[in-house]
Design a binder for this molecule. Structure first.
Ligand code: NDP
Length: 245
């Protein structure tokens, strides 16, 4: 039986892409998935599909930029299953544009969702994990956490921040709490749909030609979770074979 069986996993940004694929995979291996995102009808449909396959899923509307809502979904998980094994902070947005376009609202949105959202996951989950004496944070960064490219300055900055925060958490969280950073390369999802800048959108279309399915990232996440409790997979970079940068 999979080591994932029975684990209680809260997933942010589970209404599409990597979050959705991970919820499906983990539930198929016996995890209790507690899924959150803003689009409630997507969550409802996903939870129904998982249950129809014999899996266990709870859902709750979640905006990761609101700490109360992050705390509420952690409470839902603990109240329903009596424990919290994993917080997968996956929610993210990527409205790319050149800095000179001054899309300041979009910069702020990326900072709020991609950085503050991950911090809220830590703030909501860490006290409970400390009390339990176990737990696992998995934060989704990007290959943009390792290199910067034109139109992606702010997005990359948020992902560098996620990488720094994750490493800091790993050092501070103590001997019983695991911390993993997962950094995807181009992956099939709805992520590029938030790009409003025409040039950046066109560039991204080209760039995303070699995208791998979201299930490839889900498998990397499952690998980190299924290791024994004394083994902490710290960083995974998963990109298409054909993607050079
Ligand atoms: P998607 O756009 O398909 O998924 C993003 C998810 O985040 C959606 O479920 C969306 O749901 C959710 N989300 C956005 N804003 C919020 C919010 N404020 N509160 C809660 N949930 C929110 O893209 P991906 O699956 O690709 O993205 C998942 C992660 O992977 C992101 O962190 C992204 O940066 C990262 N990544 C993706 C890559 C790729 O090529 N696809 C490459 C590198 C990293 P809703 O709108 O319903 O709230």
């Amino acid at each position: 039986m999979s080591a994932i069986n029975g684990k209680v996993v809260v997933i942010t940004g589970a209404s599409s892409g990597i979050g959705e694929a991970t919820a499906r995979l983990l539930a198929s291996q016996g995890a209790h998935v507690v899924i959150g995102a803003r689009r409630l009808e997507r969550l409802e449909a996903l939870a129904s599909a998982i249950r129809a396959e014999g899996g266990s899923a709870e859902y709750q509307q979640l905006d990761v930029t609101v700490l109360d809502q992050m705390e509420a979904i952690i409470r839902l998980a603990q109240g329903r299953f009596g424990r919290l094994d994993v917080v997968l902070s996956n929610a993210g947005v990527m409205p790319l544009s050149p800095l000179e376009a001054l899309k300041i609202d979009e910069w702020n949105r990326m900072i709020d969702v991609n950085i503050r959202g991950v911090l809220h996951g830590i703030a909501a989950g860490l006290p409970l994990m400390k009390e339990q004496g176990f737990g696992h944070f998995i934060n989704v960064a990007s290959i943009g956490a390792y290199a910067v490219s034109p139109t992606a300055a702010v997005y990359c900055a948020t992902k560098y921040a996620v990488r720094a925060i994750t490493e800091g958490l790993r050092q501070e969280a103590g001997r019983d709490i695991r911390v993993t950073l997962v950094s995807p390369g181009v992956t099939e999802s709805e992520l590029a749909e938030s790009i409003t800048d025409d040039k950046a959108r066109q560039l991204m279309k080209e760039y995303r030609r070699d995208a791998i399915p979201a299930s490839a990232i889900a498998r990397a996440i499952a690998y980190a979770i299924e290791q024994p409790a004394d083994v902490d997979v710290n960083e995974l970079v998963v990109r298409p074979t054909a993607q050079l940068a």
